[in-house]
Structure formats: structure tokens, C-alpha cells
Ligand binder design. Structure first.
Ligand code: FMN
Length: 384
């Protein structure tokens, strides 16, 4: 089975999984996950702005019953948490999307498969036993979009996440330096190869045994995911910067389930989303990987939740690293939140076992925070 790092049992926080992932992954992949756009200020703020949110400690209430489950899009989630779409996850661990989806299923929460995932929705469904949510990037070729939607429908994906904040890839300096986002000269290529060889557990488990390494859902159209620079170039050339709200009609014509729009950072955009009849929104700045200098998501959330006024579920991601952060996001107006780097690092650190362990810790931390804030149910605020 998957090689699990011997010190996985010592990981107690997301910083621990990050440190383990850094040791296990070739630098190009660690930087791809860890990095953000430009000077990475939004990336930093997404996490650090959680520190400004103060909770109210409450005491002497009966906290013997704690309910963390929520209902979302017709399903019951054990926690108000979803694993966010993360591209190239199958390069972080062998058939990484399947491993993460198995951990999510065991924790009773959804896993969202990226358009640029290594595994297909069909493989995830077959090997994890549960169909994933599917995340869509709109490509210039609408025939390709139709094919992606058909694959997701055929795999019984229950929810479509339409990502709208990547009409063009962000300027990610780390990825440009490492060779992830552009081709390198001979010296750079040799450095990249040496970094792979210097990480034998990854080389054996992922690079050699985790094949094929293409973008599963796009295999017929795009270069292999493992050919990083070519894959990025393809993304830059094929994602459609002309997409507008009007394109929802095309998507709806080929998708019958709920549609959530991911990448909302302005209250006005949230109001348009409500008017367009989408089923949910995700307040997201793509984990600080697109527009650096935009607000953190946790600071943007309250105004957006106000603008939506309960008309539809408002999800949030960005900088969520603990169960305490999950509670803060809910207190700030979110229905649920998504984890990005938190699961990507846990996956790289320990595969399915790593993600399972991390989710168990998030659940335990959330319960602890609820007990100490006197909140019995995550869905209701009565008695607050
Ligand atoms: C390595 C990596 C790859 C990502 N790939 C995608 C993707 O393919 N599609 C997408 O909608 N978002 C993608 N995202 C953004 C995440 O879905 C999510 O919005 C973000 O990671 C949340 O921030 P956090 O990492 O601080 O939790 C990616 C994020 C990371 C870190």
C-alpha cells in the first residue's frame, strides 16, 4: 500500500503536515502547493486574518451534546467542511485524488475533484466508493466543457463547482522559478531531475507507481500533468478569459445538478450570482494564487454573506488550517468551508492516512471550540 511517513503519528497541526510534505516532495511540487501569486501577501493574509477574529468564551452551559453535521445540497455532511479542488493532486501522492476522496468519505464529507486532477471522476467513484463533486474550468473549446460535464454526470457527481477566478493563471513567481510554469534550460532540468532523485519515497510511490500522470478528465486534449511546463502552457492557452454570467446557460444545458460559483470576492458579484439563480457561492481568492493584493476571504465574507441574505449557501475557503478556523468562518457567516492546502499537505505527508488523521483533528478541534464557545449546534446559533 501507500508509504506512510513514520512520523505521521506526531503530526498534530497543519504546520506539521506542511513540514512533512516539504521533506517528502520534490521542491517543484512543494512550492506549487505552498506558493501564491506575486509577493504572496493575500496568501499570508488569508491565514493571518483569522487571528483578528475573536470568539466569545461562554461557560456553565450543558455542552454534553455537540452537533457538527450540516445539510447541504440534499446531503448530510458530518462536518461543515469540503475538500477543495486541488489540481495535480495525483502528483502529490499515488492516485492522490482517490486517496483523499477515500479519507473524505470516511469522515462523512465531500471531496471535490479538480478539472486538472490526475484521476477522473469515474476512477474516484470506483476506487473511493463515492462520486466526487466536480470542479469546472471553462475552456475556449466548449466541446471540451461539454465532455467534462458529461464525464462528471456519468460518474454521478452530485454538485458542480464552477471556478470563475482563473480566466488567466496568476503570476506565481515560485512556479516560474521552479520550472512548474515555464520551461527551464538544461541546468534547470538537471536540477529538477536531481530533486526527484533526492526524494526516493516520492519517486517510487508516486512517480513510478502512480501512473498515468495525465489530467484524467482532459487526457485526450491536454499534455500530461507530469510535463509541468507544457501542462501550464496549455492551461494558459486554453482556459477562456471571455466567460461571463451568460455562459451559465450553456453549462445548465449540460448539467442538471446544483451549481456553485467559486471565486466570489465582491458583494456585487454575489448579488449577480443570486439573480442568476446559482445554487451556492464560494467566497474564494483561489488561496492567494491569483490576484495578490485582494482582501483575505475571511474579511470579505461578512459583507458577502449580508448581501446574499440567506438566499443561498455561502461557502468560504482560504487560510483555514484548524477546526478553530472552521468555527470562526461559520461565525463570520459561512454555511461551510473548504480546505485546500490543509488536505494537499496531509496527502503528501501520509496519503489517505494523512488526510484521515488531519480531518479527525479538524473535527476534534471544532468540537472543542464549540464546547468552549457554548455552541451546541453548528447549524443554529440559538442561545448565543
Ligand atoms: C496546489 C493547489 C491547487 C489548486 N488547484 C485548484 C483547481 O484546480 N481548481 C480550483 O478551483 N481551485 C484550485 N485551488 C484553490 C483551492 O480550491 C482553494 O480555493 C484554496 O486552496 C483555498 O486556500 P487554502 O489553500 O489556503 O485552504 C488550488 C489550490 C492549491 C493550493
Amino acid at each position: 500500500m501507500v508509504t506512510v511517513m513514520s512520523n505521521l503519528s506526531q503530526a498534530v497541526s497543519s504546520a506539521d503536515y506542511r513540514a512533512m510534505a516539504k521533506r517528502r516532495l520534490p521542491a517543484i511540487l512543494f512550492d506549487y502547493v505552498d506558493g501564491g501569486a506575486y509577493r504572496e501577501t493575500t496568501l499570508q493574509r488569508n491565514a493571518s486574518d483569522f487571528d483578528d477574529i475573536l470568539l466569545q468564551q461562554r461557560v456553565m452551559r450543558d455542552m454534553s451534546v455537540i452537533e457538527t453535521a450540516i445539510d447541504l445540497f440534499g446531503a448530510s455532511l458530518a462536518l461543515p467542511v469540503i475538500l477543495a479542488p486541488v489540481g495535480f493532486a495525483g502528483m502529490l501522492a499515488r492516485r492522490g485524488e482517490v486517496q483523499a476522496a477515500r479519507a473524505a468519505a470516511a469522515a462523512g464529507i465531500p471531496f471535490c475533484l479538480s478539472t486538472v486532477g490526475v484521476c477522473t471522476a469515474a476512477e474516484v467513484r470506483r476506487d473511493a466508493g463515492v462520486p466526487p463533486w466536480f470542479q469546472l474550468y471553462v475552456t475556449r473549446d466548449r466541446g471540451l466543457v461539454r465532455s467534462l460535464l458529461e464525464q462528471a454526470s456519468a460518474a454521478a457527481s452530485p454538485v458542480l463547482v464552477l471556478t470563475v477566478d482563473l480566466p488567466t493563471p496568476g503570476a506565481r513567481y515560485r512556479d516560474q522559478r521552479s520550472g512548474m510554469a515555464r520551461g527551464l534550460g538544461l541546468t534547470g532540468q538537471m536540477r529538477q531531475a536531481a530533486s526527484g532523485v533526492a526524494h526516493p519515497a516520492w519517486l517510487w510511490d508516486v512517480y513510478l507507481r502512480g501512473r498515468p500522470h495525465n489530467f484524467g478528465s482532459l487526457a485526450a486534449a491536454a499534455p500530461a500533468a507530469a510535463d509541468f511546463a507544457a501542462a501550464w502552457q496549455w492551461i494558459g492557452q486554453n482556459f477562456d478569459p471571455s466567460v461571463t454570467w451568460a455562459d451559465l446557460d450553456f453549462i445548465r444545458a449540460h448539467w442538471s445538478g446544483p451549481i456553485i460559483v467559486k471565486g466570489i470576492m465582491a458583494a456585487d458579484d454575489a448579488r449577480v450570482a443570486v439573480r442568476c439563480g446559482v445554487d451556492g457561492i464560494i467566497v474564494s481568492n483561489h488561496g492567494g494564487r491569483q490576484l495578490d493584493g485582494v482582501s483575505s476571504t475571511i474579511k470579505a465574507l461578512p459583507a458577502i454573506a449580508d448581501a446574499v441574505g440567506g438566499a443561498l449557501p455561502v461557502l468560504v475557503d482560504g487560510g483555514i488550517r484548524s477546526g478553530l478556523d472552521v468555527l470562526k468562518a461559520i461565525e463570520a457567516g459561512a454555511t461551510a468551508c473548504l480546505l485546500g492546502r490543509a488536505w494537499a499537505f496531509a496527502l503528501a505527508a501520509g496519503g489517505e492516512a494523512g488526510v484521515t488523521r488531519m480531518l479527525g483533528q479538524i473535527a476534534a478541534e471544532l468540537r472543542t471550540a464549540m464546547v468552549l464557545t457554548g455552541r451546541n449546534s453548528i447549524m443554529t446559533r440559538e442561545g448565543a
